[in-house]
Write a protein that binds this ligand. Structure first.
Ligand code: PLP
Length: 393
């Protein structure tokens, strides 16, 4: 029998993908240069040259190495490269045993949620949040509990998290630099959140885990991105190279279960079990080799910084209110009417394609992905101005 939950998930598709498809249709109708698509987080910055060089080297390998299965947790050289890179950056002493290579951050988070929750338990997410979290949590049989971020700063609100914790809370997912707000959680915020978790852990059989989803870690505009496991030992880190190396279609990332986590051995086994259960046999072999070679390649943040500057300067001049983004490549902007979906529909008349905040669990805002060509951003500005004028701003 067809599974009705799966059917519904497939039939509804994601709002972001729908907007993206609409944009493609519109581009075919009126020309690509006349449509301003801010919907997807698909990096416009090219992958570093080192990625291509690594692929070319790998092509010389015998077929069974180039195309063969890797061990389930990944190639030792990729896992070792990841661990050593983290050690250099954060003064840790991880080894390849702490790293499980994955099919991107989607797999990393989905596996970790499955590894750390049981049916009937709860996972706290900080709203607005990456919409797939709710899908993965539900698939694990757990309940997604939305806790609003601080509405001024969009930092985690530790008191609100404290109020949402119950004996069934298994984990909290954080995402910093944040999609969709661009907020980067400060050390003070993280320490306050950890105080809440430690207090809640008193007398519990197992601690509440922190799942730190960090695909945008390197994309910051000067802010510190604290290393979360050094603040809270019950942290599992999820990562991918989709954003930092501009490789979203290649599907490669990792889960780190730090050896400083008191339950590390059991958690890592559960992560491996979740990968097996979910059918993630191994991460793409070629791109594990690329990771081994390119783990320390810098991200081209300058291009995103230029886009951010152009967009924020213009939107503030036109009267839009937004959250100053410290990281990632998204701008979180207040809709000019209460109904964000209606606002985004109206924006379409100007060929502007933002994503309404309802998809991220809150009303009244919209998200702009500014990981697009600078020229598209500049060309879109008169349309943003006219839209604001239509609202009398
Ligand atoms: N987590 C967050 C916060 C994201 O923004 C994304 C993708 O946009 C993912 C996870 C999934 O990343 P990946 O494409 O590496 O699976």
């Amino acid at each position: 029998m067809i599974n009705e939950t799966m059917y519904a998930r497939g039939a509804e598709s994601s709002v972001i993908r729908e907007i993206f498809s609409y944009g493609l249709e519109r581009k075919a109708q009126i020309g690509a240069d006349k449509v301003f698509d801010f919907s997807l987080g698909n990096p416009s910055v090219p992958a570093p040259a080192a990625v291509r060089a690594s692929i070319e080297r790998a092509l010389e390998l015998p077929s069974d190495q180039l195309h063969g299965y890797t061990p389930a947790p990944g190639l030792p050289e990729a896992r070792t490269a990841v661990a050593e890179s983290l050690n250099r950056r954060f003064g840790t002493s991880y080894t390849m045993g702490d790293v499980f290579m994955t099919v991107g951050a989607a797999a990393s988070v989905s596996m970790t949620v499955h590894a750390l929750t049981n049916p009937g338990e709860e996972v706290i997410v900080i709203a607005p949040y990456f919409p797939e979290y709710a899908v993965w949590i539900e698939k694990a049989g757990a309940t997604c509990v939305e806790v609003l971020a601080d509405q001024e700063t969009f930092q985690v609100d530790p008191a609100a998290v404290a109020a949402a914790i119950t004996p069934r809370t298994a984990a909290v997912i954080i995402d910093s630099p944040n999609n969709p707000t661009g907020a980067v959680y400060t050390r003070a915020t993280l320490e306050a959140l950890v105080d809440v978790l430690r207090a809640a852990n008193e007398g519990r059989e197992q601690p509440i885990f922190l799942i730190s989803d960090e695909p945008y870690r390197e994309i910051v505009y000067g802010a510190e991105v604290p290393w979360v496991p050094s603040i809270y030992e019950h942290t599992v880190v999820c990562y991918s190279y989709s954003k930092s190396l501009s490789l979203p279609g290649e599907r490669v990332g990792w889960v780190l279960v730090p050896n400083t986590c008191p339950l590390a051995t059991r958690v890592m086994a559960a992560v491996a079990g979740a990968a097996r259960t979910l059918g993630f046999v191994c991460a793409p072999a070629l791109f594990q080799r690329v990771v081994a070679d390119c783990v320390d390649e810098p991200s081209d943040v300058a291009a995103y910084a230029r886009n951010r500057e152009a967009l924020t300067r213009a939107l503030s001049e036109y009267g839009y209110t937004y959250v100053e983004p410290d990281g990632a490549f998204y701008l979180w902007v207040k809709a000019l009417e209460d109904d964000a979906e209606a606002f985004c529909e109206r924006a379409k008349a100007y060929e502007l394609l933002p994503v309404p905040s309802n998809s991220f669990g809150v009303p009244g805002w919209f998200r702009l992905g500014y990981c697009i060509d600078y020229d598209v951003i500049v060309a879109s500005l008169p349309a943003w101005k006219k839209l604001a004028e239509e609202y009398g701003v």
